[in-house]
Structures are given as structure tokens and as C-alpha cells.
Design a protein around this ligand. Structure first.
Ligand code: MGD
Ligand code: MGD
Ligand code: MO
Length: 759
């Protein structure tokens, strides 16, 4: 028997028997393993597991829809599995008969865990499809504005992410690397489906060693793993900064007109906007400076440096998680097109170096086998971040990518593998909308805030308690995730839960295959796809015994869009014209005020340019260093990052002084949408006027005082669409105030406590 491995989105770990239980070690060949996974078997996590199926008291006693305002505030009753599944099957049947499948929301967004078979989204979607369908969700929180705009401008995010210029190529050729939002290697701990060897830090260091110069534009400076010049631009103003750069390129005849003519369409229309011919406002460096807070001279000199070097531009995904989030992505592509280096080794642009481990990795890419979801007979959907709007406004129209759709009337919500009371914006607004459905079902391993706010909670296994296969496109390891412990208490696999429901509802969910049967089938699909790309995988039995399949880090010299550069006719980009669309006839034809036909600067509804006084700050809520979103927040590693039990807020020395704050002070951060408690960390890695509170602290509401006690930024964020084109999330557009509070006022944190149970 070889070694035993497990895998998570944050990497591969070897599982060993320790003195007091399981012990996890980073994969020995991973140069930079993530510490997040070392704690997956920690007692702190077992302490917050769900033991048995649990039903909210009023729902059990009085039926669906009873006392919805008591969700999260009244006890649960623990029941046995047969009782829970009988009740749930009957309720699903009632709702679909009385209200139709369009009243079931099964979008169920979330990352769940890495294994491709016990993948909660696929499991719940397949089940709901079999019983007549569900209202689904499109896009994701990561990239919504970006996913919708890029196909109009140059090609889908999948198309681009599959062919990002590799770090090896950049190390050889890139002279200047300019990034909006850093290369946050904390984020490169992850890849959806399981990161392999962590190589982004090494890739960046290799570039630095070979002489690449780095410039980081944005509100924080601690998001670069190498020495870099920090240009501290105000949040949400990157488009203005890029327009200022573009203006200099245009006026000083540094824009590569040959490339713009041969490979792009619509530069003229954009240039008329740039010079002010179209709207009377020239987007000069002085104009940009007044918006983004950077000296006009530096903007002009940077434009010249970019034009005279082999320059790679990069952008973080967070920039498009904002109102008008399409614009920074579209404008970045435009700026890169003006520099004319797209398709040259080490030049051009990237959308998200650092966002995931896989971006810029140079492995053979093939699709892994996925648990089939089937067909959804229901066509109604929402853009994922419109959940509160949907619940509050049944029947109301919304536009998405140029078409009109309507919200349906949702009576039942089924969630498996996500934590909306972590991920959605303006959680106080979601709390109100959450009272609308008659029944809310959550499959979860842990008593997360979402589980606590449900009617029917079903306990689920963790990856250590089941067999699975981890696999992620572009990564170098495919992992046999062996079951290494028995399920906790009465926890079951999502698969077995849906098999139980399917039996009661007369549909064939399993296709008469068990866990092993499915793993063999999915592995077969993966190895067939691999073979097409020239990769020979071992038999399933051999793989299962070996514990993993190692593709070995390869050095494929990927240059994004090299073929397109060589011949736009033979290798067009997937846009309507086959060229880069700086002006899009299609987007223009939608006639949207908030997303016209070319990249445009819009003033955000909340930003430093419209704050009332210096007591207001722009809140950045970025991805957390010590966990994936809200996952494993109760682990020792995550808890070690808290200050006085709170997710800390980063504030500049100037602002701390202005607000009379010292290191470790408890503060209330507030705006008209909500209030939360956090603790102060003072740092000069954040610019004055901006505060940063990372996401993922389990939402811990003191309902009596409307006070979030743990530091979940979504108690404050803005829940409006990025635009009527994409309807994406706008988490990074948010103003707040900060005030010191005394320690008595701040009630204790209860995030990790079990709910109450009644007999
Ligand atoms: N303010 C602000 N908000 C944000 C963001 C931001 O930048 N700022 N970022 C957004 C982004 S990009 C994202 S992707 C979202 C992430 O939001 P989510 O993906 O919803 O967050 P997770 O914490 O990963 O939630 C996954 C849940 O699945 C559970 N789970 C794990 N394995 C299983 C399983 O096998 N079965 C079941 N049934 N459950 C399982 C975990 O316990 C966890 O509760 O957050 C978004 N929210
Ligand atoms: N450790 C860890 N890694 C993760 C995740 C996690 O939860 N934890 N989540 C994963 C997921 S689902 C996703 S989608 C990716 C997300 O990846 P990103 O969206 O790129 O991640 P963020 O950390 O939110 O933001 C990146 C940087 O952008 C900066 N920034 C914010 N607003 C602005 C702005 O207006 N202008 C500029 N110039 N900079 C700005 C932030 O300060 C931060 O340093 O990360 C993935 N990786
Ligand atoms: Mo994400």
C-alpha cells in the first residue's frame, strides 16, 4: 500500500495516523504547500459539525411557512433520517404540484469541496432536474461582470484562462509587469477542484531574478510577492487611471495603430471618447489624476515606460466585483491592444495572475469527468448575485446580456455546498428576503450561519469520510481521495441523501451505480480526455493504489494569442468580428445607459470621490489569507488570524490617528445598511481613506441589536448589480464609518456555537 492522500481546493495533503487522530502533511513535492489544509481534521472543526437531521421547531410543528421570522432564532428538533427524508420528499412534491418547479430555487451557489464526484452542486442539480427542474443561477461571484463583457470584447474567460502566457515565458521576456490589484499569492493557494504544486510564488521570483520590473496599482501594497513600486490609486478608479494612460499613448503617437487596424475593431469610436471629441471631456492625465489620486506626471511617465518596454498588464478579479465592473476588464484589454504587444512573448495582458494557482501554469489541459447533472426542464434563471432581488420581487423584469427575463415566485430553496450568509452582499437585506420562502433546506457538514437559518438541515460528510477524485484543469496532480475516517455522528454523503429522496419520489438518481461505480466511470472519462491530449493515465485500480497521478510540472511555453497575432484570419478570437472589439456593435445595440459600446468611466455610487467627510472610508472586502471564503473558519489556523475573536480590519496609521484608534481596539464599522464589530490592525500597507476587512468570518447576528459580532463585511456591502448588462455582484463598492467601542458594548462572539435544540 502506497501513501494515502487527500485533496482540497487549497492543495494535496498526505494523511497519516497521528497519536490523537489523523495528521495531515503538505504533499512532499509541493514547493509551497498551503497551511490551510493542515487543520482539516482538527477538533475545533468537529466541534461545529451537524450531528443529526434537524428541523426548525415551528416548521416541524406547524408546517411549511410557519413563523419565518424565527429562522435562526428558535430551536431545532433533531429527527431520524427516515423522518427527515419522508418530510422533505413530501414537501418537494407539494411545492412542485401546488406552485410548479419554477417556484424551487436550486441555484445553490458555492465552492463546496474539491472531489469531482461528491460535488454538491452537481449532486443537488442532478436531483432537482430529475424531479422536474429548478430555477438556476448563471455566472458566479468571482467573475460576473468579467464573464459577460469579455466574450463581447475578446473571448470568454475560459478561453483566456486556458491560454495565459506562462510564468516561464514572462521570466524570459517581460521587462515591465504592471498590475491593477497586485498578484495576491494568498489567493493562488486555491484552484477549484484541487490545486497541485503551488508554483505562483516561484514563478514571480523567477521573473524578478531575471530583471522584470513590477508596478502595483491599487489601494493595498501587501498583495505582491516581489519588490514592486506601489502606486496607491483609490479603489474603483482604475478605469480613469487606464484612460489617462491611454490618452498619453494616443496623443504622443505611442499607440500601435498597425495592430489596432489589423487586429481590432472600433478604435476610432473609442478614440473620440478618449480625446473628448465625443463628450467634451479629454481623458488627460490631469483629468485622471483628479479621480484616482495619482500625480498626472506619474501617469504620463508610466504610459511612456509601458510603450518602451515589453510590458505585461494584469488585473485582479476583484476590480470587476464592483459597480460598472465590466469597464476595468474591457479597458485593460483596450490598453493592451493600444500597446500592440498582445500575442508577443511576455507582452499583452492577463486577467487574474494570482487569482488561482492554475493561472499561468503550463500543464496539458483536459477536462476531468464530472457527475452528470442532466437537463433542466425549467428555463427560468437568475444572474447568481440577484438572489435577494428575486426573493423580494417575484414577477419583476430584469435584463441580462441584452435580453429581458423575469423573476419567478420562489416557495422553496434548496442549498448544498454554499454559504449565502457568507457570500452575498448586504446580508441584512438578504435576512429580510430569506423570510419569503416557505421552506429552506440546507445540506452541510457544519453549523454555518446558512444552516442555522434553514428549516431542514441535513448533516453531510467531509472529504475525509468518503472516497473521491480531485482534479482541476491546468493543475499537475490528480488525486485519489481515500476515505480515512467514518462519517461523523449521522452524517451522510450528499449522494446518499439524494438517493434516499429519489427512492421516495420514484426517480433513478444513482443509475444503479454506487460510489465506487461512479468513481470508476468518472475516472474513465478523465483518462479518455487525457489520452486525446497525449497523456496516458494508469488503470483505475493502479491509480487508486498509487494515490495520485502526477503529470509533472511541464514547461510548455504558452504565449497567449500568439496564433491570433500571427494570423487574425486563420485564428480569429471568438467575438462577432473575430477581432478584439474596442467598440462592440452588439453591446451598443443593447442600448444600456450603464454599459455603452466602448469602455467608459462611470463615477461609482459610493467611493472616495463622493464621501461626505474624512470619517468615511472605502471598504475593501478581499479574499481571506487563512481560509477559502468561510470554509474552515473555526479551524485553529483561521482563528489564529483573529484579534479579540474578530476578523480584523486593516487601517492606515494616518486614519487610525484621525479616528483615535490603537492597535487591537474594538471598533464598530457601520453604514446605513448595517453594523459590525471588528478589531483594529494598523498598517502602512493600506492607503489612507481605505479600510480592508477580509471575507469569511461566520456571520454572527445579534438580532436584538441588529449587530453583526464577528466581522463579516457583507453586513455592510452594497447589493446592487454591477450593471444591467451582467447583473454581477458589487461587493467592492462600499463606504463605511469606523468608531471605537468599549469592550462591554461588543457582545461575545457566538459564531461557532451550536443552535439550540428542543426535545
Ligand atoms: N464582500 C465580498 N463578498 C464576497 C466576495 C468578495 O470578494 N467580497 N467574494 C465572492 C466570491 S468570489 C465567492 S466565490 C463567494 C464564495 O462563497 P461560497 O462558495 O458560498 O463560500 P464557501 O465558504 O466556500 O461555502 C461553501 C460551503 O460548502 C460547504 N461544503 C463543503 N463541502 C461540502 C459537501 O461536500 N457537501 C455540502 N453539502 N456542503 C459542503 C462548506 O462547509 C461551506 O459552508 O463569496 C463571494 N462573496
Ligand atoms: N486564500 C484564499 N484564496 C482564494 C479565495 C479565498 O477565499 N481564500 N477565493 C478564491 C476565489 S473564489 C476567487 S474568485 C479568487 C479571487 O481573486 P481576487 O478577486 O483577485 O481577490 P481579492 O483578494 O478579492 O482581491 C485582489 C486584490 O485586489 C485589490 N483590490 C480591491 N479593490 C480594488 C480596486 O478597486 N482597484 C485595485 N487596483 N485593486 C483592488 C485587493 O486589495 C486585493 O489585494 O481568489 C481565490 N483564492
Ligand atoms: Mo470566487
Amino acid at each position: 500500500m502506497g501513501k494515502t492522500f487527500t485533496a482540497a481546493h487549497w492543495g494535496v495533503y498526505e494523511v497519516k495516523a497521528g497519536e490523537t487522530g489523523l495528521r495531515l502533511e503538505g504533499f512532499a513535492q509541493d514547493p509551497d504547500p498551503s497551511p490551510i489544509g493542515l487543520h482539516m481534521a482538527a477538533k475545533d472543526l468537529t466541534d461545529v459539525r451537524i450531528r443529526r437531521p434537524s428541523i426548525r421547531k415551528s416548521w416541524l410543528e406547524k408546517g411549511p411557512g410557519a413563523n419565518p421570522h424565527l429562522r435562526g432564532r428558535e430551536p431545532f428538533v433533531e429527527v431520524d433520517w427516515d423522518t427527515a427524508l419522508d418530510l422533505l420528499a413530501a414537501e418537494l412534491d407539494r411545492v412542485r404540484r401546488e406552485h410548479g418547479n419554477e417556484s424551487i430555487f436550486g441555484g445553490s451557489y458555492g465552492w463546496a469541496s474539491a472531489g469531482r464526484f461528491h460535488h454538491a452542486q452537481s449532486q443537488v442539480h442532478r436531483f432537482l432536474n430529475l424531479i422536474g427542474g429548478y430555477v438556476s443561477s448563471v455566472d458566479n461571484y468571482s467573475l460576473a461582470a468579467g464573464r459577460v463583457i469579455l466574450p463581447h470584447a475578446i473571448g470568454s474567460t475560459e478561453f483566456l484562462l486556458d491560454r495565459h502566457t506562462s510564468f516561464d515565458v514572462m521570466a524570459k521576456h517581460t521587462e515591465l509587469f504592471v498590475t491593477f490589484g497586485g498578484v495576491p499569492v494568498k489567493n493562488a493557494q486555491m484552484s477549484a477542484g484541487g490545486a497541485g504544486r503551488h508554483r505562483v510564488v516561484a514563478g514571480m521570483l523567477e521573473m524578478e531574478k531575471n530583471g522584470t520590473r513590477f508596478i502595483n496599482i491599487g489601494p493595498v501594497s501587501d498583495n505582491m510577492p516581489v519588490d514592486s513600486e506601489w502606486i496607491a490609486a483609490r479603489p474603483n478608479t482604475d478605469v480613469a487611471m487606464m484612460l489617462g494612460l491611454a490618452y498619453v499613448l494616443h496623443i504622443e503617437e505611442l499607440a500601435q495603430l498597425d495592430f489596432l487596424n489589423s487586429h481590432c475593431v472600433g478604435y476610432d469610436r473609442f478614440a473620440a471618447y478618449l480625446t473628448g471629441e465625443a463628450d467634451g471631456i479629454a481623458k488627460t492625465p490631469e483629468w485622471a489624476a483628479a479621480i484616482c489620486g495619482i500625480d498626472a506626471d506619474r501617469i504620463a511617465s508610466l504610459a511612456r515606460e509601458m510603450a518602451s518596454s515589453r510590458t505585461m498588464l494584469n488585473i485582479s478579479w476583484s476590480l470587476q466585483r464592483a459597480v460598472h465592473g465590466e469597464q476595468p476588464f474591457w479597458m485593460l484589454v483596450t490598453l493592451a491592444a493600444m500597446l500592440g504587444q498582445i500575442g508577443l512573448p511576455g507582452g499583452g495582458f492577463g486577467v487574474g495572475y494570482g487569482a488561482l494557482n492554475s493561472v499561468g501554469h503550463d500543464n496539458v489541459r483536459f477536462k476531468s469527468g464530472a457527475f452528470p447533472q442532466g437537463e433542466n426542464p425549467v428555463k427560468a434563471f437568475i444572474p447568481v448575485a440577484r438572489i435577494t432581488d428575486m426573493l423580494l420581487n417575484p414577477g419583476e423584469a430584469f435584463t441580462y446580456n441584452g435580453k429581458e427575463h423575469r423573476y419567478t415566485d420562489i416557495r422553496l430553496v434548496y442549498w448544498a455546498g454554499g454559504n449565502p450568509f457568507h457570500h452575498h452582499q448586504d446580508l441584512n437585506r438578504l435576512l429580510k428576503a430569506w423570510q419569503k420562502p416557505e421552506t429552506i433546506i440546507v445540506n452541510e457538514p457544519y453549523w454555518t450561519p446558512t444552516a442555522k437559518l434553514a428549516d431542514i438541515v441535513l448533516p453531510v460528510t467531509t472529504p475525509l469520510e468518503r472516497n473521491d477524485i480531485a482534479s482541476s484543469g491546468g493543475e499537475d496532480l490528480i488525486v485519489a481521495m481515500h476515505k480515512v475516517s467514518e462519517p461523523y455522528a449521522q452524517a451522510r454523503n450528499d449522494f446518499d441523501i439524494f438517493c434516499g429522496l429519489a427512492l421516495r419520489m420514484g426517480v433513478n438518481f444513482s443509475e444503479n451505480l454506487d460510489e465506487e461505480g461512479w468513481l470508476r466511470r468518472l475516472y474513465g472519462v478523465t483518462s479518455a480526455n487525457a489520452r486525446e491530449k497525449g497523456v496516458e493515465m494508469p488503470s483505475f485500480d493502479q491509480f487508486w493504489q498509487d494515490g495520485l497521478f502526477d503529470l509533472q510540472p511541464q514547461a510548455l511555453p504558452v504565449v497567449m494569442l500568439q496564433d491570433f497575432r500571427e494570423s487574425p484570419e486563420e485564428s480569429p478570437v471568438p467575438t462577432p468580428s473575430g477581432k478584439i472589439e474596442i467598440f462592440s456593435e452588439m453591446v451598443d445595440s443593447f442600448g444600456l445607459d450603464d454599459c455603452p459600446g466602448h469602455p467608459t468611466w462611470f463615477e461609482p455610487p459610493e467611493w472616495l470621490g463622493n464621501r461626505e467627510s474624512e470619517d468615511q472610508f472605502h471598504l475593501i472586502s478581499d479574499q481571506p489569507v487563512r481560509r477559502l471564503h468561510s470554509q474552515l473558519d473555526a479551524s485553529p489556523h483561521s482563528k489564529a488570524g483573529k484579534v479579540k475573536g474578530r476578523e480584523p480590519v486593516l487601517i492606515s496609521p494616518t486614519d487610525a490617528k484621525h479616528c483615535d484608534l490603537s492597535e487591537g481596539d474594538l471598533v464598530e464599522i457601520h453604514n446605513e445598511r448595517g453594523r459590525l464589530i471588528s478589531a483594529v490592525v494598523i498598517s502602512d500597507a493600506i492607503m489612507s481613506g481605505v479600510v480592508r476587512l477580509s471575507t469569511g468570518a461566520w456571520f454572527d447576528m445579534d438580532f436584538d441589536r441588529s449587530l453583526e459580532r464577528h466581522g463579516n463585511p457583507n453586513a455592510l456591502t452594497l447589493d446592487v448589480p454591477s450593471s444591467s448588462l451582467s447583473q454581477g455582484c458589487s461587493a467592492q463598492t462600499c463606504l463605511v464609518r469606523v468608531r471605537k467601542v468599549d469592550e462591554d458594548y461588543a457582545a461575545s462572539v457566538q459564531a461557532f456555537e451550536h443552535p439550540e435544540f428542543a426535545a
